[in-house]
Design a protein around this ligand. Structure first.
Ligand SMILES: [Zn+2]
Length: 267
């Protein structure tokens, strides 16, 4: 069995838009290759605090990463730090805030945009700092990392859905079409990853509202999807919190950890 994990964080993707617009991913659920769990994101429903939540299992009020402009490294063990300490290979194609949280802060685009350093928590990184950096390019960056470095843990984090939401809002063709586009890109890669036996989690940090923003407690800001694919998943109904995702990934990677975990998600 393949113990490798791919975590895809589609930034800013609301649950109902995921249900309506991700035709390929939803076809995997109807054919029982994937299971979709609704998740209520932690608060505030903002990106950097919830990147930290997804990768450490710690709520923003406890991590101290409570808004987007806190430019320091994480104070907690993350999937990246635990994996590298235990001899695993890590990689990420992701927004530069991940580099700041787990590698170096502040982000220096000249030095950090392309990262290949086994001493860092994210050993192989392709980071970007433009919110409109094309999702197509980002997925190609990620696939390059997967093929060339064969990471045990690969984070893939495209930003275009969130960017569309900030321009046009939740109830807009622009936002929905960007979700459809991400689904189409995923449909190019997922069959190969599934065939190779990866455990794959596809989720979002937070949703979106009709004010072209997020951060508060509205259902549309907090409801996000979690699609899971792979033989260790139970595919049974269960409750999963956003803080459980880190522990589930650690468990799948075979790491020693003390993170919370939704046992019902695994078999
Ligand atoms: Zn946003």
């Amino acid at each position: 069995m393949n113990n490798k994990v791919i975590l895809v964080v589609l930034d800013g993707l609301n649950l109902s838009v995921a249900q309506q617009c991700l035709g390929y991913l939803n076809s995997l659920t109807t054919s029982q290759q994937a299971m979709l769990y609704p998740i209520t994101c932690e608060l505030p429903s903002l990106s950097r605090p919830l990147y930290e939540c997804l990768l450490t299992g710690i709520r923003p009020v406890e991590s101290g990463i409570v808004h987007n402009h806190i430019h320091r490294r994480s104070h907690h063990e993350s999937v990246f730090s635990l994996a590298t300490q235990q001899g695993k290979t890590t990689a990420a194609a992701a927004y530069h805030w991940f580099s700041e949280l787990y590698n170096r802060s502040p982000y220096n685009p000249v030095e950090d945009r392309v990262t290949d350093d086994p001493a860092l928590n994210i050993q192989h990184g392709r980071f970007y700092h433009w919110d409109h950096y094309p999702d197509e390019a980002l997925f190609l960056d990620a696939e390059y990392l997967r093929r060339h470095y064969d990471p045990d843990f690969l984070l893939i984090h495209p930003m275009n859905i969130d960017d569309a939401g900030h321009q046009a809002g939740l109830d807009s063709a622009h936002y929905r079409n960007m979700a459809r586009k991400a689904d189409m890109i995923l449909s190019d890669f997922l069959p190969h990853w599934i065939e190779a036996g990866y455990h794959i989690l596809i989720t979002s940090d937070h949703g979106m509202n009709n004010d072209c923003s997020h951060g508060g407690t509205l259902t549309e800001e907090r409801a996000v999807p979690l699609f899971v694919i792979g033989e260790r998943f139970s595919h049974q109904p269960t409750h999963i919190a956003q803080t459980d995702i880190c522990g589930v990934v650690c468990e799948l990677l075979g790491l020693v950890h003390n993170k919370p975990i939704a046992r019902g998600l695994l078999q």
